[in-house]
Design a protein around this ligand. Structure first.
Ligand SMILES: [Fe+2]
Length: 484
């Protein structure tokens, strides 16, 4: 069985240290000893798992008060119990103010000491449990907030917000690897004023990533277990720093570095562990976001080529989809629609006739009027279009626009014969610019009309085939551009 905890006993009196040690060991504690503050600091640096420091105040060399200051300055995670000599109660109050857990006046009964040690240990366990819970909550919150981001820039900003709130660094930098190049893509705080340090950090992050993405905690003056190359890179760095790799399934994709000046409270290994968890959560999400962006772009390329394939079937409609997308966005701008709606209209314009891929060439390219039977086949293109697009998750939002772009406000359109506002607004909008472009372009069955003629047909059909208000806005656009 392991010990109940590790106690550092600091006193210049060897006999007292020995008595304490015997009693504590007998009660299941592990004990290390130091004869003054200097030796205590050496122990604290060497032994990372000390739970309680039981220290005398008056010692030759470095005294207890200086030791407390050191522990506070370096943000060491230990509980402190101070042994005070007779008549030094006021000093005891002072050390309590400095954050000591308790004090025990000398001479003391060993039972009394053990009670205090046990309760310090209990408090330490409770504190650790609380901290673990806090960390867990922070990690879950980070995960939840990041997962809702689909765009890299928003994701990185959210990550920085969490990092800065949790670790209070003076400077933060996020480095990402693109192919084999390492670039800092977010630079905050103190790093902005120190390009030399930033350059060093970049080289360091790159070097650590070759070392399978090792993390690093560096406190100036406390260099240990660091290989020569890192020592060289850190040679004149005068700030505390933590570097954590961003490791995803495909390997190291970058790193995050935090700095703090040496006179600020100290980073410790618990901070580094938490930063590592933050980074590994974030790396997976960054990879997903990059992948999502690539898939989105790929889907769009496929859709674009599909739209082009339709146009290739019918030489007269060449450029029609681009034109409808362009006009649709133009009208939407005039109406002051949101950028999200502009985006939908653009893609709806590109793919609105994609269903024509299922209409036979002889019907698509027929020079004369279509027979009723042929027209029925032609009328299927919005339905086929919807079927094709339903396969593409990222274009689901624009399916209603595609499906309803041949509805008429008087209910005589197809495929559903919807009326007025039953027809989705953006479908009504596309219908106006689709008709305008069709009329002003050459078709298999007729030559292109001048803009003014197309405009007057739109005006006559407003309130019947097309939405009156939208026609009105479109005519204003045309007037503004001196097309009519
Ligand atoms: Fe159409």
């Amino acid at each position: 069985m392991g010990s109940k905890g590790k106690i550092l006993v600091v006193d210049d009196e060897e006999s007292l240290r020995e008595i304490c040690r015997e009693a504590l060991v007998e009660h299941g504690y592990e004990v290390v000893e130091a004869k003054d503050g200097i030796e205590a600091i050496r122990c604290l640096e060497k032994e990372k798992d000390i739970d309680i420091v039981l220290s005398d105040l008056n010692m030759p060399g470095m005294d207890g008060m200086a030791l407390i200051d050191y522990i506070n300055r370096h943000n060491l995670d230990v509980e402190l119990i101070v042994m005070t000599g007779f008549g030094t109660i006021e000093t005891a109050v002072e050390v309590m103010k400095k954050g000591a857990f308790d004090y025990i006046p000398k001479p003391f009964y060993l039972n009394h000491l053990l009670v205090k040690i046990d309760s310090a240990m209990k408090r330490r366990h409770e504190k650790r449990q609380r901290e673990r819970l806090n960390k867990l909550v922070q990690i879950l919150k980070l995960n939840k907030d990041l997962n809702s981001k689909l765009e890299l820039s928003a994701l990185l900003n959210e990550f920085l917000f969490h990092v800065e709130r949790t670790f209070s660094p003076e400077g933060t930098v996020i480095i990402l690897k693109d192919n084999s190049k390492y670039s800092s893509i977010r630079v905050r705080g103190a790093f902005k004023k120190d390009p030399t340090l930033l350059k060093k950090i970049k080289s360091l992050a790159e070097y650590l990533s070759y070392k399978d993405g090792r993390s690093l905690l560096f406190i100036p003056g406390k260099v240990e277990d660091i290989d020569l190359k890192i020592k060289e890179l850190l040679s004149d760095v005068s700030k505390q720093l933590m570097i954590s790799p961003l490791i995803s399934k495909s390997g190291v994709i970058g790193a995050v570095c935090l700095i703090r000046s040496v006179d600020s409270f100290e980073f410790n290994f618990d901070d580094l562990k938490l930063l590592n968890v933050f980074c590994s959560q974030t790396a997976a999400i960054i990879e997903n976001v990059l992948l999502y962006g690539r898939v989105l772009e790929m889907n769009r390329e496929i859709i674009r080529s599909l739209a082009k394939a339709v146009e290739a079937k019918d030489s007269y409609t060449k450029g029609h989809s681009d034109q409808v997308a362009y006009y649709g966005v133009k009208l939407a701008r005039k109406l002051g629609l949101t950028s999200d709606e502009l985006d939908k209209l653009y893609w709806a314009g590109i793919v609105h006739d994609v269903g024509k891929i299922g209409v036979p060439d002889n019907i698509l390219n027929k020079p004369g009027k279509l027979t009723n039977e042929e027209f029925e086949i032609m009328k299927k293109h919005p339905v086929i279009g919807r079927e094709i697009l339903s396969q593409v998750e990222t274009l689901k939002d624009i399916m209603p626009i595609i499906y309803h772009h041949h509805e008429r406000v008087d209910g005589k359109g197809y495929p559903d014969g919807l009326k007025g506002e039953e027809i989705p607004f953006l479908a009504r909008l596309i219908s106006v610019v689709d008709a305008y472009d069709a009329m002003t372009s050459d078709r298999a069955y007729r030559k292109a009309m001048p803009s003014s003629k197309a405009a007057s047909i739109l005006e006559q059909g407003a309130g019947k085939q097309w939405d009156e208000e939208l026609v009105d806005y479109w005519l204003r656009v045309l007037k503004q551009e001196k097309k009519i």
